[in-house]
Design a protein around this ligand. Structure first.
Ligand SMILES: [Zn+2]
Length: 391
């Protein structure tokens, strides 16, 4: 870590020792070496953040914004920012939105309302990019969104991939740029956009809890991001042992420490995202992380690693979930029946899967992983879609 970063971290720790009940206890118990600090999880934020004991919220700072974080896992979770902290994030996001130019007409399809952060952040960022803004929001009904788009003909859409794919039509000849965040596009969705001659770029790697972590330059692959090293300390930890990973190409969970968040600190936060360090050819001279999906979507079977996303890519546009049987080393692909008559060529799908991930190929060819298909009338759900179920 550079001296400047060390100094920044030191300042944060000093502040928290004096003003934060939760972290003053943590530093007393574990010392101040970051490597010894226990990981922060969503559950801990829920327990000691604004929705819980509030021990994690620093004294002597005024709360600016309170945001809810998704609400995808049952109980709500809240996170707060001072206005200064909010502005720091906006400035960094401006760099993520470098592909938005003054002459652009931009449809903001991030989700507004419900105490969500993304729309509010992004709208502020777009304003700073000095483009023309259509503040539509993905919460508006789809027909209405399409009406706005067809009427104003924006050349740029920003939003979540699922949302964008729902409204986009190949007749939108005026559309030239798509900036996305929150999840990854599948290969097929990307092909659709590239066929329309759209520039597709990530609008940054961020989470509401940890705020912005990385940005994408023009050279990087669609799932790669340079780390904002002056803002976040990013660690990669082994999926089973939690040990730190420094080498390239080994998959781990992304853990971040935000150096600018004093009010609702984010120290060694387990993001739930999978990634690996990669080398790049660009001139940015920053560490680069490649995103590989969600921790929950990672599957290790018969010592082979693969992801829900591998299957989702192959089966797109069908809706699927995976059922894993460890005893039999078996993956059952649950395919949602649609109104159309479904027939799937088993051998062709297996071939595609083998091309998608070499570990799957080896597992299937060595007969150590079995893959079966099953049609179901509806996929397993709680209050969100479940991608992977274990038997
Ligand atoms: Zn670069």
């Amino acid at each position: 870590m550079s001296e400047k970063l060390n100094e920044k971290l030191g300042k944060l720790i000093e502040f928290l020792k004096a003003n934060n009940e939760y972290y003053s206890e943590i530093f007393k118990e574990y010392g101040e070496d970051l490597r010894n600090i226990p990981f922060l999880t969503s559950q801990l934020i829920r327990l000691h953040g604004l929705a819980g004991t509030k021990k994690m919220i620093s004294k002597n700072l005024k709360i600016g914004y309170i945001f809810s974080t998704g609400g995808t896992t049952g109980k709500p979770k809240f996170i707060c920012y001072t206005f200064d902290e909010f502005e720091i994030v906006v400035d960094l996001l401006c760099q993520c939105y470098q592909f938005v130019e003054e002459n652009d007409i931009v449809a903001n399809l991030f989700m507004a309302g419900n105490m969500w952060a993304s729309f509010i952040f992004v709208n502020k960022v777009l304003q700073k990019r000095n483009c023309s803004i259509l503040p539509i929001s993905g919460t508006t009904n789809i027909e209405l969104i399409k009406n706005y788009i067809e009427f104003f003909k924006p050349n740029c859409i920003v939003g979540i991939p699922t949302q964008i794919m729902q409204v986009i039509s190949k007749d939108y000849y005026f559309l030239k740029k798509v900036l996305f965040a929150g999840e990854l596009f599948t290969q097929n969705q990307l092909k659709f956009l590239y066929d329309m001659s759209c520039l597709v770029r990530s609008a940054g790697y961020a989470s509401v809890d940890a705020d912005v972590i990385g940005y994408q330059c023009i050279e990087l692959k669609i799932n790669q991001h340079h780390v904002f090293t002056e803002h976040q300390i990013v660690e990669l930890i082994d999926l089973e042992s939690d040990e730190s990973i420094a080498e390239e190409d080994r998959v781990g969970q992304i853990v971040v420490t935000n150096l600018d968040r004093f009010l609702n600190p984010v120290i060694r936060y387990k993001t739930g995202d999978l990634g690996r360090w990669v080398k790049t050819n660009c001139k940015c001279n920053k560490p680069t992380i490649e995103l590989l999906g969600r921790f929950d979507d990672w599957i290790r079977l018969a010592s082979y690693d693969f992801y829900y996303q591998d299957f989702a890519n192959v089966f797109y546009p069908l809706n699927i979930a995976l059922k894993i049987n460890r005893n039999e080393s078996k993956v059952t692909v649950l395919i949602e029946k649609t109104s159309e008559e479904l027939s799937i060529d088993y051998d062709e799908m297996i071939e595609k899967l083998k091309r998608e991930n070499w570990q799957l190929r080896e597992g299937i060819e060595e007969k150590l992983i079995k893959v079966e298909f099953e049609f179901v009338s509806s996929l397993p759900k709680t209050n969100k879609k479940i991608n992977v179920i274990y038997e």
